[in-house]
Design a binder for this molecule. Structure first.
Ligand SMILES: *Cc1c(COP(=O)(O)O)cnc(C)c1O
Length: 286
């Protein structure tokens, strides 16, 4: 099993929250592991156990050149003694960026494939490997959902709204599966045109099909996946200075900016408690 560090719930205090009569809590899951942090720890947990149970020696997965999933999988494989292979979208660019340099340092074998081949993710690509356990791109499968469900069902704090950044939606599925029906769950997709995720979520979470306590808010992608704006970068900087919570611009910065925008638009009724999940993604050893 991967090492795991218990994480705090941090309350945020400022005038915006005070004036709106709201409580904002952050579950600091970014602190759960020095390298396999945040939601990636939970998404990998049961996949790693399954690979070990099947006596498979190698983890194979896919990702972009800055992928938190590649970073986390490489570190998890190294900690647990698996070999790992990362199939990376696009051509190799040297020197490797910090994400891929880290992955290679952890022992991950990097295989670069064209964007077209990547999109196809054909089985042929995998024929040359044997004895491997395949983790899908972004790590979202039923075992990932099982891990996040366990995390969610152990949340031991009173709250009304649960807020989380969304990439593939696997993490959100685990939250929907793991918390009581009366909680309201809000997912903040980081992709532009993310409406398709509703169907993806329904594929991985049975409960999401018949519950109406969850929704996606589409207005906080800031130009799309991996894109940023000067305003967002400044928001992240200010948040760090004011509350000592590090955010990054791909996921958690957009989540927090989105929460504050919803607050200013009067989305949350006075007296509500908002619990935001810090899903990590900082890619720095902590
Ligand atoms: C991967 C990641 C997400 C998205 O998780 P999904 O399960 O793909 O929706 C959110 N936040 C951070 C920091 C991540 O690294």
């Amino acid at each position: 099993m991967l090492q795991y560090q218990e994480t705090p719930i941090q309350e945020i205090h400022d005038m915006v929250l005070e004036n709106a009569g709201l409580q904002l809590l952050i579950k600091r899951e970014d602190l759960n592991h020095p390298l396999v942090s945040g939601n990636k720890w939970w998404k990998l947990k049961y996949n790693l156990m399954e690979a070990a149970k099947k006596n498979l020696e190698t983890l194979v997965t896919y990702g972009g050149a800055y992928s938190n999933h590649i970073f986390a999988t490489a570190a998890a494989a190294s900690e647990l003694g698996f070999k790992s292979i990362g199939i990376i979208r696009g051509e190799e660019v040297l020197p490797l960026n910090p994400t891929l340099a880290f992955a290679r340092e952890q022992g991950m074998e990097l295989q670069f494939i064209s964007r077209e081949a990547y999109r196809a993710k054909s089985e042929d690509q995998l024929e040359k490997f044997d004895n491997f356990y395949l983790i899908p791109e972004g790590g979202s499968n039923l075992l990932a959902v099982q891990g996040v469900r366990e995390f969610a069902s152990n949340l031991d704090v009173s709250y009304d709204y649960l807020c989380c950044a969304v990439g593939t939606g696997g993490t959100l599925c685990g939250l929907i599966e793991g918390v009581p029906n009366e909680k309201k769950i809000i997912g903040f997709p980081m992709l532009k045109g993310a409406e398709f995720l509703v169907e993806e979520i329904k594929k991985l979470s049975e409960r999401s099909k018949h519950l109406t306590n969850w929704q996606l808010v589409y207005d906080y992608h800031f130009g799309g996946y991996g894109k940023s704006t000067p305003w967002l970068m400044e928001f992240i900087q200010r948040f760090k200075t004011a509350h000592n919570v590090p955010l990054e611009f791909v996921y958690t910065g957009k989540l927090m900016a989105g929460i504050y925008d919803l607050i200013s638009s009067g989305f949350f009724p006075r007296g509500s408690i908002i619990l935001a999940i810090h899903t990590g993604g900082l890619q720095v050893p902590r």
